[in-house]
Design a protein around this ligand. Structure first.
Ligand code: NDP
Length: 483
């Protein structure tokens, strides 16, 4: 199994290598096999990427938006045409099953490119009548945007950042997670083939130090991070030092609230999707499943039955529904939380152990009788571990759902739609689902409140985060000077 790219970086429209950078490997976590060997970006590579981005951006911004859109649209078509190839690459790099990557990763990236390709030409300013004189506003790009990605949705994260940034006239330097370095390079190749001028989308490899070097560089105007809250605190602070615009897409411990009038099968299905899809490595997962006491036993019964049917196995086998965690280290971390859950007195309903001799597989795990103070109910586990908590009243569950520093997402299942809207209005979360969970179409803004982040990706809202407003006052009469 090899997925060796032509070189570690993609800079100024071409592959780039500097063997002076520290070597690192990308590993297929189902088997432990090394699939690629790369080098971290050196200061020389970063310099080239940032200079190329700065040099290319003004001419790109000066193009008619419809021309920028045409290139991005072509890239979306190329991504779709190569969906299988890109999905295999993503499966090798992340361990996620091909069954998922075929529909959720490159496909979502292509949607973003297509959406923002169409959005770019519709962006206009305002005219502001002032009674005689007038003013107008221009929407301008920010300049060079640094994108820093997490390892759970590598090509989707790269595309969700690149598409709006490029559509609105910016250049991008993107650093993927060192754990999943490969698919951002494939995106760079596709954008170049679609006709994106050199220097507008650069990929540089490396860990936190390379990310930090980008954030601190004076050539960078905006920073967009997808990552954990601790990293977000550091990156946001460093961006503030340079008075730079910042989007922070961070972690969560989201509540999924199931009232006892909910459709049982749908509620169970959503709870499983919201905890086991991508082996639970999704920021918006509903990892605190609050079930109203009247439905609790039926819910746990069906959940255990359906969880037992999940097919764990080799991620490249299309029949496999659940793969390994992204790395052996992540599997250890998740198993540590499972041990802690047991020690704290949560009741293990199913799973709870490693699966197989090799590979980072952890069984889909459900804990019942979880209480709010337990660590498994407070910390983001980022693995296939569901915590089920009981509740009695609407008022009580809203207070408990909000009693967390996080505020990424939330879900409500009930047949009483008036209650659903009433509850959602009071939940402290950036994205809420009613009788659905974890669907993130590109048309809908996505992002967190509280410690889960600032800014929004996708939807019309992304415009605010990749452009700035210039106000122009137009004097139409004489200047009224008192001296
Ligand atoms: P990390 O926070 O560990 O890393 C995120 C990225 O930041 C990586 O590329 C990392 O590099 C880089 N980084 C680390 N330190 C710094 C620094 N000081 N300056 C600049 N960059 C730095 O997150 P994970 O990769 O472990 O991803 C999991 C987390 O991401 C979870 O908390 C999850 O909730 C969150 N996430 C949020 C999403 C959202 O949209 N809200 C979506 C997906 C995930 P490297 O890892 O290479 O060292």
């Amino acid at each position: 199994m090899r997925a060796q790219p032509q070189a570690s970086h993609f800079v100024a429209g071409a592959w780039a290598e500097d063997r002076a950078g520290a070597a690192f490997e990308s590993v297929h976590s189902a088997t432990g096999e090394v699939i690629a060997r790369l080098h971290e970006a050196t200061p020389a590579i970063l310099d080239r990427a940032l200079d190329a981005a700065r040099a290319a951006q003004p001419a790109w911004a000066a193009l008619a938006p419809v021309e920028r859109g045409r290139i991005l649209r072509r890239a979306a078509d190329l991504m779709r045409a190569r969906n299988r190839e890109l999905s295999v690459l993503e499966t090798l790099d992340t361990g996620k099953p091909l069954q998922e990557t075929l529909v959720a990763d490159a496909a979502s990236g292509a949607d973003a490119l297509e959406y923002f390709a169409g959005y770019a030409p519709t962006v206009t300013g305002q005219t502001i009548p002032l009674g005689g004189d007038m003013a107008y506003t221009l929407r301008e790009p920010l300049g060079v945007c640094a994108g820093i990605g997490a390892w759970n949705y590598p090509i989707q994260i790269a595309a969700w950042k690149a598409a709006p940034a490029l559509a609105f006239g910016n250049a991008v330097v993107f650093k993927p997670s060192e754990v999943t370095p490969l698919s951002a390079l494939a995106l760079a190749e596709i954008l170049a083939e679609a006709g994106l001028p050199a220097g507008l989308f650069n990929v540089v490899q490396g860990g936190g130090a390379v990310g930090s070097a980008l954030v601190g560089d004076a050539r960078v105007n905006k920073v967009s991070l997808t990552g954990s809250v601790p990293t977000g605190r550091k990156v946001y602070a460093q961006a503030a030092e340079g008075i730079k615009a910042a989007t922070m897409e961070l972690g969560g411990k989201s509540p999924l609230i199931i009232f006892d009038d909910a459709d049982l099968e749908n509620a169970v299905g959503a709870a499983m999707l919201g905890n086991f899809y991508s082996s639970g490595q999704i920021c918006s997962n509903g990892t605190r499943v609050f079930v109203q006491r009247g439905l609790r036993d039926a819910f746990l019964g069906r959940l255990a039955e359906r969880a037992a049917t999940i097919t764990l196995g080799a991620p490249l086998d299309e029949a496999t529904q659940m793969g390994p965690l992204v790395s052996a280290a992540q599997a250890e971390r998740v198993l540590g939380y499972i041990t802690q859950g047991r020690a704290e007195g949560a009741r293990l309903v199913c799973g709870g152990a490693r699966v197989g001799e090799t590979g980072a597989f952890v069984a889909p795990t459900v804990f019942a009788d979880v209480t709010d103070e337990m660590v498994i109910a407070r910390e983001e586990i980022f693995g296939p571990v569901m915590a089920v908590l009981d509740f009695d009243t609407e008022e009580e569950v809203i207070a408990r759902a909000n009693a967390t520093e996080y505020g990424l997402s939330a879900g409500v299942f009930t047949r009483d739609l008036a209650r659903a809207h009433r509850v959602v209005a009071r939940l402290e979360a950036g994205t809420c689902w009613i009788n659905a969970y974890n669907l993130t179409p590109v048309e809908m803004p996505f992002g967190g409140v509280k410690a889960s982040g600032v800014g929004r990706e996708n939807g019309h809202a992304a415009l605010e985060h990749y452009t700035r407003i210039k106000s122009v006052y137009l004097g139409l009469g004489d200047v009224d000077a008192p001296y």
